[in-house]
Design a protein around this ligand. Structure first.
Ligand SMILES: NC(=O)c1ccc[n+]([C@@H]2O[C@H](COP(=O)([O-])OP(=O)(O)OC[C@H]3O[C@@H](n4cnc5c(N)ncnc54)[C@H](O)[C@@H]3O)[C@@H](O)[C@H]2O)c1
Length: 255
């Protein structure tokens, strides 16, 4: 029960890593606001939490819209009275194209959700946390933002931005009792990735093979890292970006 008595907010909580994080927050004792651009998906997550006796609300919010993000944080505080932890997880607008083939519209769409969305969440979460003088935020970045990724320039640049934004937010708020960290997932078997693997023969095995553990991760394995970083057990950790990647960043081959 790492988060007993706390109030958490998860964006993109209707599926994948966001849903697993919302469930883990609830299992660890937090009340949870589950936000998603798809209200029905957020409501499904809430129903799962309530089935096991947890407390949760669903909020419809597109993280790329300032007014929606403001309302999302206000609705969380109005319902639960405070905000202690937040996981800024929603991202979007990926796709695979070489840099000359990327259209401006595609770049902007990806950055509006993936980078601006995290900044907007920080903009409204931080003042809500300052009300109680404490809080912890975890932004979901990516290994793509650490090492770059061929054919994913908008996404990898946006995720690199999320890591820099995480450090900046940590520096600005360390003395106010708010910690801000990032998690960089490796390949995590979400529904979205499973759908992609169905369409591309051999892609699942290839992706698993780049991990030293030779397997994909589970959404719950990211959620556990997020819950730890949001908890008081991580009280001296801020500005960090943690790879949770089954060893993608270590070379599993001998020369
Ligand atoms: N799955 C992976 O292998 C992997 C690897 C590295 C990083 N990540 C990162 O983890 C996070 C979650 O990925 P996932 O695989 O669980 O994704 P997913 O597609 O399974 O779920 C994303 C959720 O976000 C919601 N969403 C999309 N756009 C939104 C918006 N504008 N506002 C609010 N909600 C929105 C979707 O409706 C969906 O419920 C993302 O930040 C992603 O970049 C995932």
């Amino acid at each position: 029960m790492l988060l007993q008595g706390k109030v958490g907010l998860v964006t993109g909580g209707g599926d994948g890593i966001g849903r697993a994080t919302a469930l883990t927050f609830a299992n660890d004792g937090a009340k949870v606001a589950v936000a998603d651009i798809r209200l029905d998906a957020a409501e499904e997550t809430v129903a799962i939490i309530r089935d096991v006796g947890g407390e949760a609300i669903a909020i419809e919010a597109d993280v790329s819209e300032e007014s929606a993000v403001k309302s999302m944080v206000e609705a969380t505080v109005a319902h639960f009275g405070r905000l202690d932890c937040a996981c800024n997880n929603a991202a979007g607008g990926g796709g695979f194209r070489a840099i000359p083939e990327v259209e401006e519209e595609h770049w902007d769409h990806c950055h509006n959700i993936t980078l601006k969305g995290v900044w907007l969440c920080l903009k409204y979460e931080i003042p809500a946390m300052l009300e109680t003088g404490a809080g912890a935020i975890v932004n979901i970045a990516s290994l793509s933002g650490v090492r770059g990724e061929a054919l994913q320039s908008p996404y990898s640049a946006a995720k690199g931005g999320v890591i820099a934004l995480t450090r900046t937010a940590a520096a600005e708020n360390a003395q106010q009792g708010i910690r801000v960290n990032a998690v960089n997932p490796g390949g995590i078997l979400t529904n979205a990735l499973a759908n992609y693997f169905e369409k591309v023969p051999g892609a699942k095995e290839h992706t698993a093979g780049v991990h030293a553990m030779r397997r994909l991760g589970k959404p719950e394995e990211i959620a556990d890292a997020v819950a730890y970083l949001c908890s008081d057990r991580a009280s001296f950790i801020t500005g960090h970006s943690l790879n949770v990647d089954g060893g993608v960043m270590v070379n599993p081959h001998t020369l």
